[in-house]
Write a new protein. Structure first.
Length: 372
């Protein structure tokens, strides 16, 4: 497999080059692959400056990308990606808040992934690739699930070095892309797409948002190994609907349980190979209340340093009947290692108990429970 790389897009190293690439006479426009038709052609004359809040029309975006592509090297390189991004940022009549990111993938089929941000939470994603000695261009938004504001590379953990990797299989070219979703919500998160190149058109083979990954929030996604055969997901319980989710109220800011998942490629889709919860004070407390409330006192006792604390917890009313009462907790982040975590119950939010913890191996165990 050829080497893949993410080209980071910062700096103004090519300002002098861009003056020639984005201004003056243009070279012929590159061949364009299938795109979503625009209903009305643009006028041949330049219109007055648009409102600072008016998004750049799709047809104008496509034409700008084509013009930028026609003035760069046919190779995917840091200079190519940087030049296209700066060229797009120099688009005439662009509104306030207009942004551009370009990512390059060096492989059998050189690929450029282009993310454009318009006002009013509007995002346009394009893919450009070399075919027949020319750049082809495809508008990606029609591929996405209806109503999903997907973006390429806009919500990535800092440790991710590339948002896309390419692979060649007997069936053809495959492209794995770390994307972001819910960009206009209060908790944008990373997701994943697997694309296939069918002659002159890319299509989605697999979308993580159609899997149980969509049940997690605050997600991060990273490739594992060197190819696209597997990737890792870390996400919180904020959107989860398992039996433990309703024991405590969870806000966006937390606390939450966190899960680590490994997904592997099987044929033309990814399947969940492993899922484990990340040890934490909050996870132990959730599991303890859940087991105690469902009659699993033996299991609840394994989360205690002293089995006699079991009866104290029952005496203090730490049994939910029914489950799902969404009690509140007061968790001081500065004291998260050991507590106290105060459990608040009822409309008056009275403190029912304070709980302390100690680190035992990789997990946290409840070391004390006191009334307050």
């Amino acid at each position: 497999m050829a080497r893949s790389s993410l080209v980071t897009l910062t700096g103004l190293a090519l300002v002098a080059w861009l003056a020639a690439a984005c201004g003056g006479e243009r070279s012929p426009t590159a061949t364009v692959g299938p795109t979503t038709p625009s209903p009305t052609p643009l006028p041949t004359t330049v219109s007055p400056a648009a409102s600072p809040e008016t998004p750049v029309p799709l047809q104008e975006l496509e034409r700008a990308i084509q013009d930028c592509l026609s003035n760069v090297s046919p190779d995917v390189s840091s200079q190519t990606a940087q030049g296209i991004e700066d060229c797009l940022l120099d688009t005439p009549r662009k509104p306030l808040g207009f942004g551009a990111q370009v990512f390059g993938v060096e492989d059998l089929v050189p690929v450029l992934l282009i993310d454009l941000a318009n006002p009013h939470c509007s995002f346009d994603e394009f893919i450009a690739w070399r075919s027949g000695g020319q750049w082809q261009l495809q508008y990606m938004n029609p591929l996405f699930r209806a109503g999903s504001d997907y973006r390429i590379g806009a919500w990535l953990p800092t440790s991710v070095q590339m948002p896309a990797r390419e692979a060649v299989v007997p069936e053809g070219v495959r492209l794995g892309i770390i994307t972001s979703a819910a960009n206009c919500g209060s908790a944008p998160h990373a997701s994943f797409l697997l694309l296939a190149l069918d002659r002159d058109f890319w299509r989605i083979l697999w979308d993580a948002q159609n899997s149980e990954i969509a049940e997690l929030a605050h997600t991060e996604v990273q490739f594992l190994g060197e190819g696209i055969e597997s990737f890792a997901v870390r996400g919180s319980s904020w959107h989860l609907r398992d039996p433990q989710r309703g024991i405590f109220h969870e806000s966006n800011a937390g606390p939450h349980r966190y899960f680590n998942e490994t997904w592997i490629l099987k044929g033309e889709e990814y399947v969940l190979a492993e899922k484990r919860v990340q040890p934490s004070v909050y996870n132990t407390l959730v599991e303890f209340i859940y087991r105690l409330s469902t009659g699993d006192e033996t299991g609840a006792a394994t989360l205690l340093t002293d089995p006699t604390l079991l009866e104290k917890a029952k005496t203090l009313g730490l049994v939910q009947n029914p489950l799902g009462q969404e009690w509140s907790i007061s968790l001081d982040r500065n004291a998260e290692c050991c507590g106290p975590v105060r459990i608040l119950k009822g409309l008056s939010q009275r403190v029912a108990a304070a709980v302390w913890f100690s680190h035992q191996g990789e997990d946290w165990l409840i070391s004390d429970i006191k009334p307050e």
